[in-house]
Ligand binder design. Structure first.
Ligand code: GLN
Length: 465
């Protein structure tokens, strides 16, 4: 059930305990197929009971009271395992809640479980996980997208009312597109990363999955804003949903040309409807062809640095060091990372090593700057930039896993927003042969008000629920 409606009903006397009890039963059945949770939080039942009691007493229980929320397993939760879908953190329990988790709990939300993902957020299909792939709710032989695939699938399979993910290079928007729900990545710094386990920190944000824009906004207002534990944070500008009717929209030609025929069709037919309230132009962004190389260069460099902390001593997996020489100990422990994570640590270390730093890392940073300037230019004349979220439809599990290049290429349309730190959202726009297609909207830095209003207008014209 939608978060907004559910919270309202619970406040009006619907039993949160009953709701959660039934949900936990349902999840147990559903999970045999979907595999969207790494950990299910049975404690949520007791917490729901608590909410009911407090409501009876007339206490103020918060705007999300009783609403079951799923959290990606790279966001720390006190007392519940946070594994990053990795053997390295298989039994790790964080001693504190991430800021987003704390803020959700303060508003009465219930953490229903921790969701499956690609190990440390590295991937686009949720296949690189210690618990195996999450299955797409629309076609169980296909991937759910990634890396926050568990969160998107859990929401779409009705296992929660809201889900959180993280988006470093499309990891919220890709699974939202593949599973057909809303996936939102805010402006960099609007949602605290305190308690989010880092992958590529200069590009990543915690993001929100929801079924409606209204639900999204309620959640965003709860978790967004300055946090003294993350000094990259700032407060969002005021956002008011209203019936706006004149958006200036730029569609990036290169992203349409690069998309599969069925995706193109879906995007165009939904834009046709949108054109009743928007002026839509096609524009060109020629530098986009360098974005993917720049993204993966920066992401791997930052990953190699961020993942250096898994040394078998401070966090997670460790073993009896007695009699083992230090280099060997380090090597043995770190051999427990999955193949994809190892690949990125090795490449990232290479990219940052003396002599190659200028050639690769610095060059990538220059491309990043160039893209930022280009995007700023477009926003002088347009409110919204549009593209497909993914150039392809959800593919078969196992189909691309052998060829990392194929996986990387599918991120071509989402990474622009991470490189330039602007807000972006994926919206369900069409189906092709029973498989979902997502449309992506981006707005300028701190342009959430425009972005969410455009998405709200789009939602009312394209109701796929
Ligand atoms: N596919 C991208 C990557 O592997 C997405 C990562 C993300 O957003 N966490 O880097």
């Amino acid at each position: 059930m939608n978060a907004y409606l559910l919270a309202k009903e619970i406040k009006n006397g619907k039993s949160a305990e009953d709701h959660i009890a039934r949900l936990l039963e349902y999840i147990e059945k559903k999970e045999k197929v979907i595999n969207s949770f790494i950990t299910i939080n049975q404690e949520s039942l007791r917490e729901a009971k608590e909410i009911d009691k407090r409501i009876k007493k007339g206490e103020n229980v918060g705007v999300l009271a009783g609403v079951p929320i799923a959290i990606k397993d790279n966001i720390c939760t006190k007392g519940i395992k946070t594994t990053c879908a990795s053997k390295m953190l298989e039994n790790f329990i964080a001693p504190y809640d991430a800021t987003v988790v704390k803020r959700l709990k303060d508003e009465g939300a219930l953490i229903i479980g921790k969701t499956n993902m690609d190990e440390f957020g590295m991937g686009s299909s949720t296949e690189f996980s210690i618990i195996g792939p999450t299955r797409n709710p629309w076609d169980n032989d296909r991937v759910a997208g990634g890396s926050s695939g568990g969160s998107a699938a859990a929401l779409v399979a009705d296992e929660c009312s809201i889900a959180l993910g993280s988006d470093t290079g499309g990891s919220v928007r890709c699974p939202a597109s593949f599973c057909s729900c809303i996936g939102f990545k805010p402006t960099y710094g609007l949602i605290s990363r305190y308690g989010l386990i880092s992958y590529a920190n200069s590009m990543e944000s915690i993001g929100i999955f929801s079924k409606t824009i209204k639900d999204l906004l309620i959640t965003f207002k709860v978790i967004a804003g300055r946090d003294e534990y993350d000094n990259t944070t700032h407060d969002p500008k005021a956002i008011r949903l209203e019936e706006r009717k004149s958006f200036r929209v730029a569609v990036i030609r290169e992203t349409i040309e690069g998309a599969e025929e069925s995706v193109k069709k879906g995007i165009y037919s939904s834009l046709d409807k949108f054109s009743s309230i928007a002026k839509i132009d096609e524009i060109s962004l020629p530098y986009l062809k360098y974005a993917l190389a720049a993204y993966y260069t920066i992401a791997m460099a930052e990953a190699s640095s961020n993942l250096a902390r898994y040394d078998g001593m401070r966090y997670g997996l460790s073993m009896e060091p007695e009699g083992i020489e230090w280099n060997r100990y380090y090597m043995l422990i770190r051999s427990n990372f999955g193949e994809e994570v190892k690949r990125r640590i090795i490449l990232g270390t290479y990219i940052l090593s003396a002599g190659y730093y200028n050639r690769y890392y610095l060059k990538a940073q220059k491309v990043r700057n160039l893209l930022r300037l280009e995007v700023e230019k477009i926003f002088k004349n347009y409110d919204i930039i549009v593209s497909p979220t993914m150039p392809i439809l959800p593919y078969k599990i196992g189909e691309k896993i052998e060829d990392p290049m194929m996986l990387y290429l599918s991120d071509i349309d989402t990474i622009l927003a991470n490189l330039t730190n602007i807000p972006a959202i994926s919206l369900p726009c069409a189906f092709s042969n029973g498989l979902p297609i997502g449309l992506q909207m981006m707005a300028k830095y701190d342009g959430e008000d425009t972005l969410l209003n455009a998405a709200y207008a789009f939602e009312s014209l394209n109701d796929l629920s």
